[in-house]
Design a protein around this ligand. Structure first.
Ligand SMILES: [Zn+2]
Length: 243
């Protein structure tokens, strides 16, 4: 079952939901954390409304360039600030960070949010639930020592850096033409920002796995079936046409 089907359409949801198989969390984490980071580009593209505009080869090429972009910004940040924490980096960047329990508008599970130009919220309820799961299921074995809050904050800080460097950064300058001439409407490709932000967060925290893995972990804290549907969706994207 795909997460998308579970939550997009109103009627079949219940029916799909009850049929969703539940897998052991530690197996999902072990499986996902062993997958090379570039593979998660397929999942990121799958969730992008513009997905169909790209060939498989083009998606791969853009994924690699987005990963390089995230890595480049991480290397630059480390060189400039050495062992800086995400909280301190936010301060240096003049970004206000707050830690509410959960998003004020409710709705879909969300872990953190960047509001332009300089406001970040990291939701502590999901961080706490994630931490508990790591401890309860002994996930340090597969994920290493992870600081979820720090990882989420670095991810959002990448979006700040993107905004501040929007004229030069790959994730904002790489565009796709949506309309044919004579009208032109060139759009940014949203999922490239996500791929780069995940890479940036991984390098800043020394994470051994792609932080996309955390999507499943953090959703699991709220809804095991939904997390397993998300896992299925990721695996389907990753295995798709893999020849
Ligand atoms: Zn993001």
């Amino acid at each position: 079952m795909k997460f998308r089907d579970l939550f997009t359409y109103k009627d079949p949801v219940r029916e799909f939901y009850e049929k969703q198989e539940i897998y052991p969390l530690s197996e999902m984490m072990a499986g996902l954390s062993a997958i090379p980071e570039k593979e998660f580009g397929k999942y990121a593209f799958f969730r992008d409304p513009l997905e169909r505009r790209f060939s498989r080869e083009r998606k791969q090429e853009l994924t690699i360039r987005a990963l390089e972009c995230g890595s480049e910004y991480a290397q630059f940040t480390k060189k400039k600030y050495q062992d800086i924490t995400a909280q301190l980096a936010a301060q240096r960047l003049g970004v206000s960070v707050s830690y509410p329990e959960r998003p004020s508008n409710g709705g879909q599970v969300l872990f953190a949010r960047f509001t332009e130009p300089d406001k970040i919220e990291v939701y502590l309820d999901c961080v706490r639930k994630g931490k508990l799961l790591v401890r309860e299921y002994g996930l340090e074995m597969v994920l290493g020592e992870i600081d979820i809050r720090e990882l989420l904050l670095w991810h959002e800080l990448f979006h700040v850096l993107e905004l501040r460097n929007k004229d030069t950064i790959f994730t904002k300058t790489e565009k796709i033409e949506l309309w044919k001439k004579p009208f032109s409407n060139r759009s940014v490709i949203g999922c490239l920002s996500e791929i780069a932000a995940m890479k940036f967060a991984a390098e800043m925290t020394g994470s051994r796995f792609s932080p996309f893995v955390l999507d499943v972990l953090l959703v699991y804290g709220y809804d095991q079936r939904a997390a397993c549907a998300l896992y299925d969706e990721m695996m389907e994207c990753i295995m798709e046409n893999d020849d």
